[in-house]
Design a protein around this ligand. Structure first.
Ligand code: GLA
Length: 388
């Protein structure tokens, strides 16, 4: 695959010169959804699907960017002296945003580059194709210019680019998972402190299966930012009665005691989700460590219920997938994963049920919604880096 991309690189940008190759993965979150901007815990893992970059240095100050996936846009040229977000720039606003965020921190790019991008994460599927592109760009810049930044810095820079250049007020989970992933492990991250530990995902009898609803959402659309604002309103009202910095500081009992301080019903539901989901993530990791996968699965199901009714980030098609999965013998747990409003579900499925799962759910989903679902049996991969 990399060989083929290098060939396309030379066809697109001309022969000659050395190229370097990089990769940054997408992620799937196992539990802890919409907690990362609420000071809670998340539990994502990096995929082996992700975004590749082929890079060659230029002597001038031009960046030439080309995506194999969005080939209709063609090669986009931009001067390093004119980095600004524009509508016409399409996908290139992601790498440009990362250049902008580096320069803001005093890391100056001294020359341009030709960059070819290819991703095998389905776009808009909630598996972090944009975060992987941001982290990929961070890794390219660190390596090319010798910038003294850690992989955690690269995640934070990617988030800054997404928040302040691309206008989506996302949390840190996606960029962190892409930068810091570890093969066969999920990352238990406290988004309040950025303390993290790796937890081996050893499932001898089961597989993690992602189901893509093929219904696309747009995170930049206001719904994600609305959820964030509603959670912040709830936090402010709670802070009048209890000494907390984030919703993640509360236990379920403390929330129940103080929830009356939140005036609006919708904001109260959002806060309830953030508090309970954080506790679910903590309990789920304990269960996984104790090899209690059944409890892990029940917490996944409860997570979906809360995202569906309290946080309201699911949609009809996703609920069809989750209902079908949860009703199937041999499915340990199933929930929506990622930002929501479409995208994917994540399920833990017993090994001998995986084929039936794919066949029967695929068929029933098509009948009920007219969409053809896609299934990926997950391999947990490493975080971003240079391939060669
Ligand atoms: C998106 C955001 C993340 C996180 C999830 C929901 O993927 O980019 O920061 O908030 O939604 O858990």
């Amino acid at each position: 695959m990399v060989e083929k991309l290098i060939k396309t690189f030379y066809e697109t940008f001309g022969e000659g010169g050395d190229v370097r190759t990089y990769f940054a993965p997408g992620r799937v979150n196992l539990i802890g959804e919409h907690t990362d901007y609420n000071g809670g815990h998340v539990f994502p893992c990096a995929l082996t699907l992700g975004t590749y970059g082929i890079v060659r240095d230029r002597e001038d100050r031009t960046l030439r960017l080309y995506s194999v996936n969005i080939d209709s846009v063609g090669v986009v040229e931009v001067s390093l002296d004119e980095i600004a977000a524009t509508k016409e720039a399409s996908w290139t606003n992601y790498p440009k945003g990362v250049v902008w965020a580096f320069e803001k921190r005093g890391f100056k790019l001294t020359h341009g580059m030709d960059i070819l991008i290819y991703g095998d994460i389905p776009n808009g599927s909630g598996l972090s194709s944009s975060a992987s592109l941001e982290v990929l760009t961070g890794v390219i810049l660190k390596d090319t210019f010798g910038f003294d930044v850690s992989m955690v810095d690269i995640a934070l820079i990617g988030q800054d680019a997404e928040n302040n250049f691309n206008g989506c007020n996302c949390g840190i989970m996606d960029q962190f998972a892409s930068a810091m992933g570890k093969k066969d492990n999920a990352i238990f991250l406290d988004t309040n402190t950025l303390n993290y530990t790796y937890a081996p995902v050893n499932l001898p009898d089961a597989k993690i299966v992602i189901t893509n609803s093929k219904v696309k959402h747009s995170l930049v659309s206001s719904a994600y930012n609305d959820r964030r604002n509603e959670s912040e309103t709830a936090l402010k009202e709670l802070q009048a009665v209890v000494d907390i910095k984030t919703l993640g500081d509360l236990t379920e009992e403390q929330f129940e005691e103080h929830k009356g301080a939140i005036k609006d019903d919708i904001c109260r539901k959002r806060a309830k989700h953030a508090v309970y989901e954080n506790q679910r993530a903590i309990h789920a990791v304990e269960a996984l460590k104790a090899n209690d996968i059944e409890t892990f699965g029940k917490l996944m199901n409860a997570s979906h219920e809360s995202l569906r009714y309290d946080y309201e980030v699911s949609c009809e098609e996703i609920d069809v997938l989750v209902d079908l999965a949860q009703a199937m013998p041999g499915v340990i747990g199933s929930r929506i994963t990622g930002g929501g409003f479409g995208g994917c579900t994540v399920s833990i499925v017993k090994n001998d049920t995986v084929d039936t799962f794919i066949e029967e759910i695929g068929k029933a989903y098509l009948e009920k919604t007219g969409h053809e679902a896609e299934f990926y049996v997950v391999d947990i991969g490493d975080g971003a880096g240079k391939l060669g």
